[in-house]
Design a protein around this ligand. Structure first.
Ligand SMILES: N[C@@H](CCC(=O)N[C@@H](CS)C(=O)NCC(=O)O)C(=O)O
Length: 214
């Protein structure tokens, strides 16, 4: 069985949405980030980088890095159709923009929320966050320019990238402003939240109902 090392509203969300979309059994192991459990010996044996998510595969292999995890899940369960076939142009597009999201959007969010870890001098943290916010605006605008008529990133075909983008969009400090600025992204996010599997996971990460219609 899969084991997903999990914390609320973290990068565990997209892998968990895929596990639910696929309909495969998994155990959720809650890691208390506020209590620093990610830096305890037990979790460091799973992920020496001390970050969520991590996924233990049924064969005993441990995966970290949310982008790699979602690709691996899609490949292991190809019937679920979460990633177009190897070598296809559609797969190239998903991988390109997944890596873009990880390297730019996720990265800039980490600078916003973990600024102290990026500066030697705490006095520089505000300036770092200001730049990270500017980067996020730029990176989201570029992503928005890549979205077409939808409803999904690939048009008519749902893929692993859609829940991944939803997860990132709501990490924005002002998601409503972001979604007003990026209407195609807003439509994509609303579509993901209408999918029962993704919606159930969303509720675990946002017990207050953030993002769901009133
Ligand atoms: N590159 C990693 C980033 C993972 C990451 O930064 N996780 C955050 C939560 S979203 C975390 O575990 N933070 C806890 C900490 O750094 O103490 C990925 O894509 O999985």
């Amino acid at each position: 069985m899969y084991k997903l090392y999990w914390a609320e509203n973290t990068g565990a969300m997209a892998p968990q949405m895929l596990l639910e979309e696929i309909g495969v059994e998994y155990e959720r192991v809650v890691i208390d980030l506020d209590a620093g459990e990610q830096r305890g010996a037990e979790f460091l044996a799973v992920n020496p980088r001390a970050q969520i998510p991590a996924l233990l595969l049924p064969d005993g292999e441990i995966m970290t890095e949310s982008g790699a995890i979602v690709v691996q899940l899609a490949d292991r369960h190809a019937d679920a159709g979460l990633l177009p076939e190897p070598g296809s142009g559609a797969r190239a597009r998903v991988l390109r923009w997944l890596f873009y999201a990880v390297a730019n959007l996720y990265e800039a969010d980490l600078r916003v929320y973990y600024a102290d870890e990026y500066v030697a001098d705490p006095a520089c943290a505000d300036s770092l966050v200001t730049q990270a916010r500017r980067d996020l605006d730029r990176h989201w605008d570029l992503l928005e320019s890549q979205l077409g008529a939808g409803p999904w990133f690939l048009g008519e075909r749902f893929s692993l990238l859609d829940p991944y983008l939803l997860m990132l969009a709501y990490w924005h400090e002002h998601p409503k402003d972001l979604l007003a600025r990026c209407p195609r992204l807003a439509r994509l996010c609303a579509g993901v939240l209408e999918r029962p599997a993704c919606r159930a996971v969303w509720r675990q990460h946002h017990p207050d109902g953030t993002g769901l219609p009133d």
